[in-house]
Design a binder for this molecule. Structure first.
Ligand code: BGC
Ligand code: NOJ
Length: 816
């Protein structure tokens, strides 16, 4: 069953009923100001940091979880009937409803009793504000006397404090209302540097800024007293809960449409204002007033919206494909790329599954997010790499996370995830492959943000590898530390007293547990760094890293191979994990993917055998599960993984992030059919038809789909902010379609399903544009036989590089 459809032409997902299985959201903003918006206008906004600069309030564990949002009420001033054109919060029956989630904008439209209201939400480029453009049409044949009320509830900036520190916060709220603009200035007196504003394009009939006055005692957002009586109270908040609400009266002739613009924004005072005399309450509205006035004008709004669309044309224009599969086309051309951008911007901070107060930017996560993003805005990828690298410690180790506002590493959830440093090598190498910009390797970057400790980025990468090399366990495999990619595989946990849970953290770095996954990742990273070393003209280093990769490969083959698949790890006592010797958790997906990706076992049949085991033991119709058999009960010596009920998350859920590793591995092994089959199983657009089971948005990947051990097998959770986005983008575009940036140029090496006859693509690469056509006889399998580049025959699969600005026609022929 579907709850909407894709409008491919307009790059929108159209939801045609408000009661989706879960709130289906979109993101507003691409730079500094962001918002989450659900299909019923729920969600919140923030400036840069979802915790410390939260503009609007969100209540955790609310039901449904998108309650609290950008709400508009329409009231018929003759009958007193009022309703919400986004359905929430009044949930009045609507004559029709449609929500269109587009690229960084959302448009929600509905009609009731002959009045149609459509709201467009977006954040203009270069601004720290959001625009709501409400268009209201009288479809009756008589005049309509209407009231329009806007509403937002302000968060007192620090979202964590806002949700907990009531004794203080009920007494801090402050607003100012000047010339119809509501200024939320709580904390202004203390910090003296930031405030929010909420403005409306129409003359006001009234306003409210105190929540309880607007709503009335014992009422919720579904029936505000002000809306019910048809008149605002002009309340000015002192303490309690500041909100912003404008009341506008509109008389609409039959057929008439009116446009009302609301602008909600964030502003900072110039530095000098920080030294206002103590007690001064003056906000500096001088700077912000012209911005407000500009964005309240319909022409500015129209122009800003068009500019946003044009920017997405540019971003997505760099790679466009036409394949025999519409699900592939719409994911690659629009939605997967879009999700990569959102995930890159937000890391794992703010969604309805990530609280915005918990996790900062992940070291591991951000490096992987780069993979799907770098071709769109390489400059921002560069900046991100340098930010991440500056949090690396001199030992080569990493803080697991850093705060976007301060860019400092934090130890909130502990350090010692021993895979972290290696992701930096993979992120940097992806950047250099895309851009050819090797100057980044010479860029001076401090360790742990200490300016006295600068070293070239290349030196950071060397230390990343050394970090693993200096931490090998009894089997010469890398120590896992607190965990590797699988945060929940905590193998240095143990209890001296049986039955008594004890999670050691001190023991982490000294713990003897080893990871075959990190071993594979090390081989991968060492080979990448060897290639970068060659680029740096450091043949000694290159040879050293190749030798190190080989040595680690030896350790994997000797101690990491279980007979029919790669083992997962060794626990701190030296017992294998992910082995046929175990009763549960015999085979894990991660080392099968990572080792094959790294080139381990290609020549000797191990890779092919491991992939066969994945098909036989882990693949399901809804995707490939993380491990089997699931852990039935809690095992202290494995940590968090066994705390999940079977079939969820890391305990045998379909952890979508790992599936593309297997797709890539299958492509490397020449199995186009299997690679593409796995791709389709978790492709959200393919799963749209089973939305009642899948439940999450059909236009973006979710982190997890419940595995066969769960009663809800096939149900997705944790949509949007997941490494799944970047890795699937890499799997489909670089390995299945085979358009792959390498250090020396663009390779064209597709591994296609047998029944395809080819595909077409446009790819911008290092300033030139490549118009690609791949031809293959249906029914055949095989790799590219030769290329024809601007009419010239070229052997092999490397596309000769063209000058910036050139448009090159590339034909690839697969003879089968
Ligand atoms: C989850 C992981 C996640 C980790 C972050 C765990 O509870 O299962 O998927 O990465 O928390 O700290
Ligand atoms: C989600 C985290 O964001 C990611 O870093 C981790 O690798 C996976 N969970 C697996 O535990």
């Amino acid at each position: 069953m579907r709850y909407g459809h894709f409008d491919d032409e307009r790059r929108e997902y159209v939801i045609d009923r408000p009661d989706t299985p879960l709130p289906w959201i979109n993101y507003l903003g691409t730079e500094q100001y962001f918002g989450i918006v659900s299909n019923t206008a729920g969600g919140y906004s923030f400036y840069r940091d979802a915790r410390l600069r939260r503009l609007t309030r969100y209540r955790y564990n609310n039901v449904p979880f998108d309650v609290g949002g950008r709400y508009v009420y329409v009231r018929d001033d003759v009958t007193g009937d009022f309703w919400s054109p986004a359905w929430q919060p009044t949930r009045s029956p609507l004559d029709d409803y449609e929500c269109r989630h587009g690229l960084s904008y959302t448009r929600i439209a509905a009609a009731r009793n002959g009045i149609r209201a459509e709201t467009l939400f977006f954040v203009p480029l270069g601004e720290t504000l959001e625009v709501w453009r409400v268009r209201i049409t009288n479809e009756r044949d008589t005049t309509a006397e209407l009231s329009l009320f806007s509403s937002v509830e302000f968060c007192l900036w620090d979202a964590q404090d806002d949700a907990t520190n009531f004794q203080r916060n009920f007494s801090t709220g402050q607003v100012e209302v000047v010339d119809g603009v509501i200024y939320h200035k709580t904390e202004y007196r203390e910090r003296r540097d930031h405030f929010a504003y909420f403005a409306c394009s129409e003359p006001l009939a009234g306003f409210d800024t105190q929540r309880e006055t607007f709503l009335g005692a014992y009422r919720g957002w579904d029936r505000p007293a002000a809306v019910e009586r048809g008149a605002a109270f002009d309340s000015v908040a002192h303490g309690w809960a500041p909100i912003g609400s404008h009341h506008v009266r509109l008389g609409l002739a039959p057929g008439e449409t009116r446009e009302v613009v609301f602008v909600l924004g964030y502003a900072e005072n110039p530095r000098t204002d920080k030294f206002d005399p103590p007690g001064s309450q003056t906000l500096n509205k001088r700077n912000v007033r012209p911005v407000i006035e500009r964005w309240l004008r319909p022409e500015t709004v129209a122009g800003g919206f068009a500019a946003l669309g044009a920017s997405w044309d540019r971003l997505l224009g760099g790679l466009r494909v036409t394949t025999p599969d519409p699900h592939t086309d719409r994911m690659v051309n629009v939605w997967n790329a879009y999700q990569c951008m959102v995930t890159f911007n937000l890391s794992r901070s703010a969604s309805f599954y990530e609280s915005g107060i918990g996790r900062g930017m992940g070291f591991r996560d951000s490096n992987q997010d780069l993979l799907g993003f770098v071709h769109m805005i390489p400059e921002r990828a560069r900046e991100r790499i340098l930010d991440i690298a500056a949090t690396q410690m001199a030992t080569g180790g990493a803080y697991h996370q850093y705060q976007p506002l301060t860019k400092r590493g934090n130890d909130d959830i502990g350090a010692g995830f021993n895979d972290d440093p290696l992701w930096l090598v993979l992120g940097v190498s992806a950047y250099v492959k895309e851009t050819g910009d090797r100057t980044i390797l010479d860029e001076p970057v401090p360790f742990d943000n200490d300016p006295g400790s600068e070293a070239p980025l290349y030196e950071h990468l060397r230390r990343s590898l050394r970090y693993s090399q200096e931490r090998l366990g009894p089997h010469r495999l890398p120590l896992i530390g607190r965990a590797d990619w699988n945060d929940c595989l905590n193998l240095n946990c143990f209890s001296d007293t049986p039955g008594e849970p004890f999670q050691t953290t001190e023991n982490v770095s000294g713990g003897a547990a080893e990871s075959v996954f990190i071993a594979g990742q090390f081989v991968f990273a060492a080979k990448e760094l060897a290639a970068l070393a060659e680029l740096q003209r450091m043949p000694g280093d290159a040879a050293e890293y190749r030798a190190a990769a080989e040595k680690m490969t030896g350790a994997i083959v000797e101690h990491g191979w279980d007979g029919a698949w790669f083992r997962r790890a060794y626990d701190f006592r030296g017992h294998p994990i992910g082995s046929s010797e175990n009763d549960e958790g015999q085979i894990f997906i991660e080392p099968q993917g990572m080792c094959v990706l790294a080139g381990v076992g290609h020549g000797d049949g191990l890779a092919a055998r491991a992939l066969r085991s994945v098909t036989e033991r882990l693949a399901t119709a809804h995707g490939i599960v993380l491990q089997q058999p699931a852990y039935a009960g809690y095992r202290i010596e494995l940590g968090e993984i066994s705390s999940y009920p079977p079939g969820y998350k890391e305990n045998a859920g379909i952890f979508c992030h790992t599936n593309p590793w297997i797709m890539i591995a299958e492509a490397m092994m020449n199995n186009g059919d299997r690679a593409f089959d796995y791709y389709r199983r978790i492709n959200p657009s393919m799963r749209e038809a089973i939305s009642e089971l899948h439940r999450c948005e059909p236009y973006v990947y979710a982190q997890m789909i419940a595995g066969p051990d769960a009663p809800t097998h096939g149900e997705a959770k944790n949509s949007w902010l997941t490494g799944t986005a970047a890795w699937n983008f890499v799997a489909i575009t670089q390995w299945i379609l085979g358009i792959r940036p390498e250090l020396t140029g663009l390779r064209l090496d597709p591994v296609l399903p047998a029944d395809w006859t080819g595909f077409q693509a446009t790819r911008a690469f290092r300033g030139a544009t490549y118009e690609i056509t791949v031809r293959k006889v249906a029914g055949t399998v095989g790799r590219v036989s030769y290329l024809v580049v601007d009419g010239e025959h070229v052997d092999g699969t490397m596309v000769p590089s063209a000058a910036p600005g050139a448009v090159v026609r590339v034909e690839a022929v697969i003879e089968g």
